[in-house]
Design a protein. Structure first.
Length: 394
């Protein structure tokens, strides 16, 4: 029976597969081992919290892709992918986290059985889920094969979103709007941070407009006061206090598609330098979005933004955004394009970016961000509608 749980139509999956195969041919790859769970999902629909063990989708230039993983997760592959049952392979469970033998020994056996052990094999080398032991095992078991770095073969095909993908991101945007509305409603002195994060999680999973939320690839980042000088702190059980600002870096997520939006709140009277930074950031965002159009580059967005910051005398040394969409933990970025000076990536309609012009100083942090879709209509579409200015509670 056809899988009715697939988030996209079969023709869309077939189009994705052919795009990946064209890229493989361009880069001289005969067989591609896909281990990034976002790429596995994008190609096949596979969805499960199984990326802590070895798993992969194997793509050849002609045959139906193979799913390969743990036996208990093969059941999930049958339930969530469009693949035929005989395209789902699994290794014995005693390969799991066993220092005496590596699961890729089994995978190499599959490659040999298919006659792919003499082909040029691409692997996602710079990827959380492909380890040094994976590479060493491949080289030991099939020593004559040419192994090619294929880290970006699939991720770059995901850059331009389909209309269905954009719709999922808009639903995620409705969810993140509800999350920020709840933050503004409940934030107050004396509220423990863990209680606030519980409210954020509740809003994220209840969802919006009848669409339930999914788990985000990053947990809520909610540091306050001097802790907000650090970009990626999470939360503790201390009470929120007057005289501190808090940034909230969160995302709505629907069917694995993310809409991250960051905002900042302050309990009491914000310091003047923080307000000056906000003014610079808001003006800089408008300048950046004015050139966020097809034909421009990611670097030109960054140049426009940083030009405004320089005028205000506000310093920022990190990039100011990146492509975003489908993802699994630990990151919602796509690891392709960055909004920073010199990035030559050319913008195309239906690319989506988290425009992330955050400012961190030794005393506070300020985050005001937008997830924006590049359009053919002129300027970008900001997927979510959340007031940008810092919200202040006395």
């Amino acid at each position: 029976m056809p899988n009715t749980r697939l988030p996209f139509t079969l023709p869309e999956y077939y189009e994705r597969l052919e795009a990946v195969r064209r890229s493989m041919q361009t880069q001289g790859i005969d067989v591609l081992i896909v281990t990034n769970p976002s790429n596995m999902h994008w190609l096949t629909g596979y969805d499960g919290w199984s990326f802590y063990v070895h798993q992969a989708v194997i793509v050849s230039l002609t045959d139906e892709p193979l799913w390969w993983g743990r036996p208990m997760d093969a059941v999930g592959a049958e339930k969530t992918t469009w693949l035929a049952t005989d395209s789902i392979y699994f290794y014995p469970d005693d390969f799991v986290q066993n220092p005496e033998k590596h699961a890729y020994v089994h995978l190499c056996g599959v490659l040999k059985d298919k006659g792919w052990d003499q082909r040029r094999i691409g692997v996602e080398m710079d990827n959380y889920y492909f380890t040094a032991s994976c590479l060493e095992t491949l080289r030991a078991e099939i020593p004559d094969v040419a192994i090619i770095d294929a880290t970006s073969v699939v991720t770059w095909q995901r850059s331009v979103k389909s209309e269905a993908e954009i719709e999922y991101m808009r639903r995620a945007a409705r969810i993140v709007e509800a999350m920020h509305a709840r933050i503004r409603e409940v934030t107050r002195p004396g509220l423990r941070k863990n209680e606030l994060v519980a409210e954020i999680y509740h809003a994220s999973l209840v969802g919006a407009d009848g669409y339930g939320g999914d788990y985000s690839a990053i947990v809520p980042l909610t540091p306050s006061g001097r802790d907000a000088a650090a970009a990626h702190l999470t939360w503790d059980d201390r009470e929120m206090v007057k005289g501190e600002g808090t940034f909230f870096e969160i995302a709505g997520c629907y069917k694995r598609y993310h809409c991250p939006i960051s905002r900042t709140g302050y309990l009491g009277k914000p310091p003047k330098d923080m307000l000056k930074a906000q003014e610079a950031v808001l003006e800089g965002m408008e300048a950046g979005m004015a050139v966020a159009k097809p034909g421009y580059t990611c670097g030109e967005i960054a140049d426009a933004f940083f030009g405004v910051l320089k005028k205000y005398g506000v310093e920022k040394t990190s990039r100011t955004g990146y492509s975003v969409g489908l993802s699994y933990p630990p990151d919602w970025g796509e690891h392709t394009m960055s909004i920073r000076p010199g990035d030559p990536s050319i913008l195309r309609a239906n690319m989506v970016f988290h425009f992330m012009p955050a400012i961190w100083t030794p005393d506070w942090g300020l985050e005001i961000t937008e997830t924006m879709r590049i359009t053919d209509e002129g300027g970008p579409e900001c997927l979510a509608n959340v007031p940008r200015e810092m919200f202040v509670k006395n």
